[in-house]
Design a protein around this ligand. Structure first.
Ligand SMILES: [Zn+2]
Length: 485
C-alpha cells in the first residue's frame, strides 16, 4: 500500500494524523518514454482460437492484466546503468493458455520493444497504449504451456497519479528502486499486471561493479566480470506483480534469523545507516509476534529495505518491504502484516483492498494492545467518537464504501481505519476465541491464493456459527455511520 495512514497517539489524548502525504508531483513536461514500435493498423490474430482480452476484468482498472493465459514464472534479465537510467532487458515469461488463443496482451508502459518470440519463434507485435499485443505464428491450444521472450529497452519512468503520487520505477542518486502498487510493474517489465495472476520470479540484474541489487526472496549468487556484477534473486512463492521489487544502489546489509527461524535480510542506504539496527531488530520482533497471531510466516525469508531518499510511502513488497521513510514500530508491523494479508492472501479484485489495508491497520492496533498500548477496542472507540468537525469524519463515515471505495480512492483512510474497525466490530460480535481462530484459518486456507470479501464473510460465519451479513453490510457497504450491527 503506497499511502499509509494511521492514528497517532499520545498518552493523554488521542489525536489523529495522516503520517503520509502525497509524493510531490513530477514536472508536467515529463515526456512519454519511447516511440511506439512500428505497427500494423489492426493487430493480426493467428488462425483458430480467439484473442485474449486486454484486461483481467477488474472494473477498477479495465486495462490492467490480460485474459487468455495464466503466468507461471517471470525470468527477468536486466542490465541497468544508474548514471543514465538506461535499462536493457529480456523478459522470459512462462505461461499457460486458458483458452485457444490466437493473440494475447502483456502490459508494458513506455519502454521500447525490440523483439518478441513465442516458444522460440518470432511473433508479430503492436503497441496500443500500455498493451503489448502479441500474435504468435500459430494459435496456442487451451492448456498449452508456452514461453514468451520480450527484448526491450529504454529509460523507465514512474507513474504519477494525483491520488497516489509517484510509483513504479523511481530513480535515486546512485540507482533506482520500485514500488508498484497498484499498476506500476509494467513500468519496468512486460507483465500480466494484475494481482489475480500471481507467479514466481527469477531476477538476473547486471549493474556496474560496486552497485548492489536487492530483491524479493533469496539471493541466488552474484558474479563480477568486466567491471559489471550480476545479481540473481529468486522469489519461489507466487507473487502479485505489484509486489515485485528491486532496490539498486549502495546498501549496508545485515543478515540474521527470527526466533522462529525465518532468515532475515535487511538493507539500508549508506545515508540511513543509523536506521539499520531498528529496522532489523524491529523486523524480527514483528515477525515473531505476527506468527503467533496470524499463523506461520508464509514465505521463506523476510527483512526490509530502507532506500536513501525520503518518499511519501512504504510498500509491503513481498518478503521484504521497501521503506520510503524512517519506519517506526507501527510501520514495520503494518508492512510485515501484509506478508500475510495482501501478499500471501491477495485480492482478486482491487475493490477488496480493505482485506489488505483494514487487516494491516488492525495488526497495528493489536500490536499496541499486546505491547502495553491502548486496546484495539479503545482505538475503535476513539475513532467512533470522532466529532463531526473532525477532518477524518467524512472519510470514515460518509465519503465512500469500505468494501468498494472506488479506483481513485483505494488508499484513502476508509479501507484502513474503517476496515480495521470492521474487524474490531467482528471480534466483539464473535468473541476472541473465534476471531483469532478465524485470522489463522484465513491465512492458512488461502495461502498463496486470491480472495474476495465474500469468502472472508463465509469463513467468519462458518467459524463463528453466526449470521454476519448485517454486520459486514453496515461496515463495508454503506456510506453511513453504523449504529447497529
Ligand atoms: Zn498497508
Amino acid at each position: 500500500m503506497p499511502i499509509r495512514i494511521r492514528p497517532a497517539r499520545s498518552t493523554t489524548m488521542v489525536t489523529f494524523a495522516a503520517v503520509c502525504v502525497l509524493a510531490p508531483a513530477l514536472p508536467a513536461a515529463a515526456a512519454p518514454g519511447a516511440a511506439p514500435a512500428p505497427a500494423p493498423a489492426a493487430p493480426a490474430a493467428a488462425k483458430g482460437g480467439k484473442p485474449g482480452t486486454p484486461g483481467a476484468g477488474d472494473p477498477y482498472f479495465p486495462q490492467e492484466g490480460n485474459g487468455g493465459y495464466d503466468v507461471g514464472h517471470y525470468d527477468l534479465t536486466l542490465n541497468y546503468q544508474p548514471k543514465s537510467n538506461a535499462l536493457a532487458a529480456t523478459a522470459r515469461i512462462s505461461a499457460r493458455a486458458t483458452h485457444d488463443l490466437s493473440r494475447f496482451d502483456l502490459d508494458l508502459k513506455q519502454l521500447s520493444v525490440k523483439s518478441v518470440q513465442v516458444d522460440g519463434k518470432g511473433a508479430t507485435f503492436t503497441r496500443k497504449g500500455q498493451e503489448l499485443v502479441i500474435t504468435p505464428r500459430k494459435s496456442l491450444r487451451k492448456g498449452a504451456h508456452f514461453t514468451v521472450a520480450v527484448v526491450y529497452a529504454g529509460t523507465p519512468k514512474p507513474v504519477n497519479r494525483p491520488d497516489i503520487g509517484r510509483f513504479g520505477w523511481i530513480r535515486t542518486p546512485d540507482g533506482a528502486y520500485v514500488v508498484c502498487e497498484p499498476d506500476g510493474a509494467s513500468t519496468w517489465f512486460p507483465s500480466n499486471d494484475h494481482p489475480s495472476d500471481k507467479a514466481t520470479y527469477t531476477y538476473r540484474v547486471t549493474v556496474p561493479k560496486g552497485t548492489q541489487v536487492l530483491s524479493n526472496g533469496e539471493p541466488g549468487g552474484e558474479s563480477t566480470r568486466g567491471g559489471k556484477t550480476t545479481f540473481v534473486w529468486n522469489e519461489r512463492s507466487p507473487m502479485a506483480s505489484y509486489l515485485a521489487m528491486l532496490a539498486i544502489g549502495k546498501f549496508t546489509v545485515k543478515k540474521g534469523r527470527t526466533q522462529g527461524g525465518v532468515p532475515v535480510i535487511t538493507a539500508v542506504a549508506p545515508n540511513r545507516a543509523g536506521e539499520l539496527k531498528t529496522i532489523h531488530e524491529g523486523t524480527i520482533k514483528a515477525i515473531d509476534w505476527e506468527e503467533k497471531v496470524f499463523g506461520d510466516y508464509p514465505f521463506s525469508s523476510t527483512g526490509g529495505i530502507r532506500v536513501g531518499v525520503d518518499v511519501a510511502f512504504s510498500l509491503e513488497t513481498q518478503s521484504r518491504p521497501i521503506y520510503g521513510f524512517q519506519p517506526d514500530t507501527a510501520t514495520i508491523v503494518h508492512e510485515l502484516s501484509h506478508q500475510w494479508f495482501g501478499d500471501s492472501v491477495s485480492v482478486k479484485r482491487w475493490k477488496d483492498i480493505w482485506l489488505n489495508e483494514g487487516f494491516a491497520t488492525y495488526a497495528e492496533w493489536l500490536w499496541d494492545e499486546q505491547h502495553g498500548g491502548p486496546t484495539a477496542k479503545k482505538t475503535f472507540d476513539d475513532l467512533y467518537k470522532l466529532p463531526q468537525n473532525s477532518p477524518y469524519y467524512k472519510d470514515l463515515w460518509t465519503a465512500r464504501r469500505t468494501g468498494d471505495p472506488g479506483p481513485n480512492e483505494l488508499f484513502t483512510l476508509t479501507p484502513y481505519w474503517r476496515g480495521g474497525m470492521t474487524l474490531q466490530a467482528l471480534r466483539e460480535r464473535i468473541g476472541d476465541k473465534a476471531f483469532f481462530e478465524l485470522l489463522k484459518a484465513w491465512t492458512k486456507a488461502h495461502r498463496d491464493g486470491n480472495v474476495t470479501t465474500g469468502q472472508f464473510i463465509a469463513l467468519a460465519e462458518k467459524i463463528s456459527g453466526r449470521r454476519l451479513d448485517g454486520l459486514f453490510n453496515a461496515w463495508l457497504y454503506t456510506k453511513t455511520k453504523p449504529t447497529r450491527w
